[in-house]
Design a protein around this ligand. Structure first.
Ligand code: SAM
Length: 339
């Protein structure tokens, strides 16, 4: 008989939002994430196959109460089987909401097939509108490709389009207002993410991070930001209404800030994560993870895998601990966890 026990932890949080990393590889080298020369990639045989991803996603939806799935990476558009993986997830009952976090390079080609396969919407990372700065920041000359991908996502109806931006002091922190203007003009929702200690080089420094308070102060010079009456729930972004601006569908325009470092939202966290090599992580920052791959490849049943997944989530700590003096960065960088 099928058990439907949810992914609950000992503090009473229930994980219903699954982040699935489909690859640790990326075609950009954003300085806050990956060194210019890349990283030693996960060996091919360690990566879950498309069918294995499909099986774990099915177990998550059918047995563990997952309602929302975000495919990520690395860069998920580099995963050859992406369209098929999305289509398999879209065929599940109850139908999960499906989204993708991407740098949008290649989305000009893939937006339509992904939408047809059942993808609902996209989060697109964009840290600058300046082509030369894009090269300094991401070590690749690809701004035009990203912008073409964003336009294609909109044309394919992968909306609402959310744009993610990481601001770095002295690098792109003067673009908070231009990036918001870009998003408002096009009806996209911009969210600034505080830089987190998840870079492969372990170079993160608290005093170098542009804080939520600084971001809001900068935006406040150009826009009137009003408290958002909408329920935040487990959403990582705190949002504000941008006075005098509306989306094309008439809803009020919003801007968000994900203040993971200065205002952690762990008490409301509803996320569970699956890495590209089949490990469950109960937190971006956890030191421990539970591999499902070995059990799956040794012939484990759906029930075995569901039980292991539940056990992994039960052990979730109350908070990520970034602000504890004893905090240790996890061994995996963001690109190998799935952001
Ligand atoms: N390649 C895809 C993309 O660019 O969106 C998906 C993976 S990327 C790791 C997901 C998000 O994590 C991006 O928005 C990126 O800016 C963000 N990110 C990466 N490293 C980060 C860090 N150290 N702190 C905060 N955000 C980070």
């Amino acid at each position: 008989m099928r058990s439907r026990a949810a992914l609950i932890d000992r503090y009473g949080r229930v994980a219903t939002d699954l982040r699935v990393s489909l690859t640790d590889r990326c075609n950009l080298r954003c300085t806050y994430c990956m060194p210019a020369e890349g990283l030693p990639w996960l060996p091919g045989p360690d990566l879950l196959t498309d069918d294995e991803v499909g099986r774990l996603v099915r177990i998550a939806v059918e047995q563990l109460g997952v309602r929302e799935i975000r495919f990520t990476g690395g860069e998920p558009l580099l995963r050859r089987g992406l369209v098929g993986i999305v289509a398999a997830a879209a065929a599940l009952e109850p139908r999960p909401r499906l989204s993708l976090t991407t740098n949008a390079i290649g989305l000009d080609r893939l937006a339509r097939p992904l939408a047809d396969a059942g993808l609902d919407r996209v989060n697109i990372s964009l840290d600058t509108l300046d082509p030369a700065r894009f090269v300094r920041l991401a070590h690749r000359r690809r701004l035009d490709d990203t912008l073409a991908g964003i336009a294609a996502a909109e044309a394919a109806g992968l909306t609402p389009i959310k744009i993610n931006t990481v601001l770095m002091r002295g690098v792109n922190d003067d673009e908070a207002v231009p990036l918001l203007a870009f998003a408002l003009d096009r009806g996209y929702e911009l969210r600034f993410i505080e830089q987190m200690p998840l870079d492969a080089g372990h170079t993160w420094r608290r005093d170098n991070m542009v804080t939520a308070a600084e971001i809001l102060e900068r935006l406040g010079r150009a826009y009137d930001l009003l408290p958002d009456p909408a329920e935040r729930g487990g959403a990582p972004a705190e949002t504000w209404l941008v006075a005098g601006h509306v989306l094309p569908d008439g809803r009020p325009a919003r801007v968000g800030v994900i203040a993971s470092v200065t205002q952690p939202f762990c008490r409301a966290c509803d996320r569970t994560r699956l890495t590209a090599d089949g490990a469950v992580r109960n937190c971006l920052f956890s030191q421990e993870e539970t591999s499902l791959r070995a059990v799956m490849r040794a012939g484990g049943s759906d029930e075995d895998l569901a039980r292991l997944w539940r056990e992994a989530m039960w052990g979730k700590l109350p908070g990520h601990g970034i602000n504890d003096p004893a905090f240790l960065q996890p061994a995996r960088p963001m690109s190998a966890i799935g952001g």
